[in-house]
Design a protein around this ligand. Structure first.
Ligand code: GCU
Length: 668
């Protein structure tokens, strides 16, 4: 008897464990038994098969038809027509997805499933149900290139990665004789399939597999052959692979004596390399290049321009349809000593029009470096003839890493308010993905991967809509007592982070190198001086802030009107950018009527107070709505305590430090 009881107990506990989500399925949710019929007369196509399979597993409507109509000219888009059909007492849906090609069908399939799983948002019913009206929706992506940039090193470490090691486990890919054939471990294969599904469900169509600070080894036959195996897995999901390259690869690998882009042997080497890559991976996307930036090699080492370097590579990949994504994140090289936020424009403006047509300039959203808040980067205005990609950072290098709940969609929407996505050919995101069970470290960091993909597909979606979609799909609960407060928490979390870290336009007062905690007085001491000024905050007895007005470094001069004047004038400069553009007296009257010093204290206190509210709500009220997700509730619960402690540390350290200049009382 006792034996049976123990057995029963073991079975029950194991059932309980397997029913518990660890976040590994992301927003893809659980699968349902096949209840719908998928009608399709599609050719034997791997992508169309996946579309069919996803619908069979996840769509709870009656039947769905998949149709290809090339004349529709939808690119990667689709049309969904879905109507309610009575079946006894039940209303069930019948749907048709039409697209110009299989990938459009796959994107349409994911959208149909998303509509089903997020329906309560539209009906306000508060419970899961089939949506209740006819849907006729045509969607096309806004930009052609929607790419994740992994900053993953070949040894498995990840630059600015906070969710474990790289998911690209090169050692688990074994090549056959002479580098041909090969096999991949089952766990890596399965992980890559979930990765591919998650990306395809958002419309992400490219993946740069390695760090922009690239190892030359990436260009060896061994790695190219391994990349092929990954590319084969991602291809049916519409994801192309790209690689970051080290500009000096031919020299570093011992083939040439120089990496000078005008050297014939160097040019030949890259041409041969491109040929080899495309023979191995016919739909290879192209190269991402960080050159003459933060110590990386580049054409500047040979007194050549960025255009010389980019064009040499562009010529090599051109015959195969490849592109070069050349980063504008350069400073401390040709324009040493100039205000760092101006250097990208100074470097690249004169080169506009000199690039081959398959070169794309890739620039970060802000002119400095992924700070919690920056004004938009004026390079997007100054470059007119060269196609551009906006680079966003999904990994929270400067926004609490994987310890803080910081939802980034509001920050990216702010950027798109200044830079119209119509001007871009692509949107890239520095990935926050690692081999942690839940992929992104903090359970809520998954929302940033999700939001990146959704916004890259359609930048006009609102941050609220996206937060809602993610939340109800991930935690499978549409109760408004849960969704409303959690969405509120997500929506305000970035502003909270700005407030407790560096409000009112302050920037880069992070601890050296790891960029986690505050160090308003220490950053520069250990940094190469030509990389940045002595203290970005410029605090002194008179005031605080970096004078970038026309009387200062004139960074405002790189902006078009109306921004130039707006930012130049201390009275009209939006207060969220005030200390970015101006050195402001401690006693300056803010719009609220308070002095700058009082306002600074108030913002820091507000940041802390907001995190306190999140922590209390989560601890007391969220758990009851997270049945089956208790492990994730627990994880977030403990991280919110860490976040609160960190927020206090930020406030206390920064206010105490600035007080040494202002000599005023700290308000609590
Ligand atoms: C930041 C980051 C680096 C990264 C660099 C880049 O400076 O801290 O780790 O290499 O950006 O974008 O190239």
């Amino acid at each position: 008897m006792k034996k049976y009881l123990i057995l029963l107990f073991t079975v029950l506990t194991s059932l309980h464990v397997s029913a518990q989500s660890d976040g590994s399925q992301l927003w893809l949710g659980k699968q349902y038994a096949n209840s719908c019929q998928v009608i399709s007369q599609l050719p034997d196509d791997a992508t169309a098969k996946i579309a069919k399979q996803e619908l069979e597993n996840n769509w709870r409507g009656k039947n769905v038809e998949l149709k290809i109509d090339k004349a529709l000219n939808l690119g990667e888009g689709y049309n969904i027509y879905a109507r309610p059909a009575q079946q006894g007492d039940n209303i069930q849906y019948e749907a048709t997805i039409t697209a110009s090609n299989p990938i459009g069908l796959l994107y349409g399939a994911y959208e149909l499933i998303r509509l089903q799983n997020t329906d309560a948002y539209n009906t306000g019913s508060g419970k899961q149900q089939n949506f209740s009206k006819t849907i006729d929706e045509t969607e096309k992506p806004q930009v052609g290139l929607r790419i994740l940039n992994h900053w993953d090193n070949l040894d498995g470490s990840i630059e600015r990665g906070y969710a474990g090691k790289s998911i690209f486990k090169w050692e688990e890919i074994k090549l056959g004789k002479n580098g041909k054939g090969g096999s991949i471990s089952k766990s890596l294969h399965d992980r890559l399939i979930t990765y591919a599904r998650a990306n395809a469900s958002l419309g992400i169509n490219g993946s740069v597999l390695n760090n922009v600070n690239a190892s030359p080894k990436m260009m060896t036959a061994e790695y190219i052959n391994k990349v092929k195996i990954i590319a084969n897995i991602l291809r049916p999901y519409g994801i192309r692979v790209y690689l970051s390259i080290n500009f000096a690869s031919p020299m570093a690998l011992g083939y040439t004596k120089t990496a000078d882009p005008l050297d014939k042997k160097v040019q030949q080497w890259w041409k041969k390399k491109a040929k080899e890559i495309y023979a191995t991976i016919p739909d290879f996307g192209g190269f991402l290049v960080k050159a003459n930036s933060e110590g990386q090699p580049g054409p500047g080492d040979y007194h050549r321009t960025h255009a010389d370097g980019a064009n040499m590579l562009a010529d090599a990949v051109k015959p195969y349809g490849g592109i070069i994504m050349w980063r504008s994140f350069v400073y401390g090289a040709n324009h040493k000593g100039e205000d760092r936020v101006k250097q990208a424009v100074s470097e690249f403006k004169g080169m506009d029009g000199k690039f081959r047509d398959n070169v794309i300039l890739q620039s970060k959203n802000g002119p400095l470096d992924f700070q919690p808040r920056e004004p938009y980067a004026p390079i997007f205005d100054n470059i007119k003839q060269t196609p551009q990609i906006a680079e966003l950072q999904i990994t929270q290098e400067y926004l609490g890493q994987s310890k803080h709940l910081t939802y980034l969609a509001p920050m990216w929407k702010e950027f798109f308010g200044f830079v119209n996505p119509d001007r871009l050919v692509g949107i890239s995101g520095v990935a926050n993905i690692g081999d942690d069970a839940n992929w992104c470290g903090h359970p809520f960091s998954q929302a940033n991967w999700y939001a990146f993909g959704r916004l890259a597909w359609n930048p006009s979606l609102t941050a609220e809509e996206i937060a809602h979609e993610w939340l109800v799909q991930t935690y499978e609960n549409q109760d408004e007592r849960f969704t409303k407060p959690v969405e509120m928490m997500m929506m305000t979390s970035r502003e909270a982070c700005v407030n407790y870290m560096m409000p009112l336009g302050l920037h880069h007062i992070f601890k050296f190198d790891h960029h986690y905690g505050p160090e308003p007085d220490g950053f520069i001491a250990s940094y190469p001086l030509e990389w940045c000024p002595v203290y970005y905050h410029k605090a002194d007895a008179q005031g605080v802030g970096f004078d970038r007005s026309s009387k200062g470094t004139d960074a405002v001069g790189q902006y078009p009107e109306p921004y130039r004047n707006l930012y130049d004038n201390i009275e009209t400069c939006p207060e969220e950018y005030l200390l970015w553009f101006h050195h402001v007296p401690w006693t300056y009257k803010m719009k609220s009527g308070s002095t700058l010093w009082q306002e600074l204290c108030m913002k820091y206190n507000m940041g802390v107070a907001m995190v306190e509210v999140y922590r209390d709500f989560w601890h007391t009220s969220a758990k009851q709505f997270m049945k089956g997700h208790e492990q994730e509730w627990q994880h977030t619960d403990s991280l919110l305590n860490v976040q609160l402690e960190n927020a206090k540390e930020w406030r206390n350290t920064c206010l105490k430090y600035f007080q040494t200049f202002s000599k005023m009382k700290i308000y609590e």
